[in-house]
Design a protein around this ligand. Structure first.
Ligand SMILES: C[S@@+](CC[C@H](N)C(=O)[O-])C[C@H]1O[C@@H](n2cnc3c(N)ncnc32)[C@H](O)[C@@H]1O
Length: 291
């Protein structure tokens, strides 16, 4: 069920914007460079196997998602997830949930391997309402037809974009929201901790805070906010955020446990950026989903 993933090439050090080629039937064709970028993220997903705090973050996201489903009235539920990875948060939350059959979900992810893995998993769970779309989650156009959404996931994004883009995403994502939509988001609290500011930005944009949970023994944090103000109409073609080159990402300051138990040398730290996730040159398969 799980597909063969990366081929061992290293992630490029600096890539700005989205390295895609032409479009075919609405899906993006990745350039060799784009393919290498997405391989970095296939590798990132392996941290779910080695990092218990990342799994705790996952459980927290899933709990917030189930609570959001529990709050919604009977009938269809629309959900969108930006930069969805292999969708284990959504798929795990829906597994056995009484509202799973009501959910029409669009999960947008750049990596073809992660999309393929997520599709296979959704199929295996019999979740016919879950669609994975390979595309650019930072362009609002990709959500056309799937919004306004009752639940929006922005997980694994805020640590990889500029502070200004976090602000922009919080503002612009309202146009993906249905009235009273729940937005679930993550961000590390590594210094300088932006989460107090992020929470104030949500408040300023008319969201109430449902919860803000920190993961013990880590900097990880999960927020859930509900939009109380009237959502603006959906507008295609709006840029929601832009992933930064790896060295410039705030998440490069975080504490990502290493698969190799030996401490990194100072030189290795400098090459990778201190505490940044470490690409493993010996890649094999997309990691198995754990719920
Ligand atoms: C930190 S991971 C988070 C994955 C997932 N949301 C989770 O929390 O497990 C970031 C993901 O964003 C994806 N990504 C990065 N830029 C993207 C873009 N412009 N459009 C779609 N996906 C993107 C990466 O491929 C990667 O899977």
């Amino acid at each position: 069920m799980w597909l063969e993933g990366s081929d061992g090439s290293q992630s490029p050090a600096v890539v700005r914007g989205l390295p895609t080629g032409r479009r075919l039937n609405g899906s993006r064709v990745l350039s060799p460079l784009g393919r290498a970028v997405t391989e970095e993220w296939v590798d990132w997903h392996r941290n779910y196997d080695s990092d218990p705090t990342l799994r705790e973050r996952l459980r927290t996201v899933q709990a917030r998602l189930r609570e959001a489903l529990d709050r919604l009235p009977a009938g269809p539920v629309r959900l969108v997830s930006a930069c969805a990875g292999d969708g284990r948060d959504v798929l795990g939350a829906l597994d056995g949930h009484p509202r799973a059959g009501d959910v029409r979900a669009l999960l947008v992810e750049l990596s073809p391997d992660l999309v393929a893995a997520g599709r296979a998993q959704a199929l295996g769970q019999g979740l016919r309402g879950v669609e994975f779309r390979q595309g650019d989650a930072s362009d609002s156009s990709v959500y056309a037809g799937a919004v306004p959404a009752d639940i929006v996931l922005l997980c694994g994004i805020f640590g990889n974009v500029s502070d200004a883009d976090v602000r922009r995403a919080i503002r612009e994502v309202r146009s993906l929201c249905a009235p009273s939509a729940t937005v679930i988001w993550t961000r590390g609290r590594f210094a300088p901790d932006l989460t107090p500011t992020i929470r104030s930005w949500f408040a300023r944009e008319g969201y109430e805070e449902l919860s803000f949970v920190t993961v013990p023994r880590s900097t990880k944090a999960v927020g859930a906010n509900r939009l109380l103000s009237d959502p603006p109409p959906f507008r295609p073609g709006v840029r929601l955020f832009t992933f930064l080159p790896k060295e410039e990402r705030p998440s490069s300051r975080s504490e990502t446990p290493r698969r190799n138990s030996r401490a990194p040398t100072p030189a290795a730290r400098t090459r990778r950026g201190a505490g940044a996730s470490s690409p493993n040159p010996r890649r094999s398969t997309v990691p198995r989903l754990r719920r």
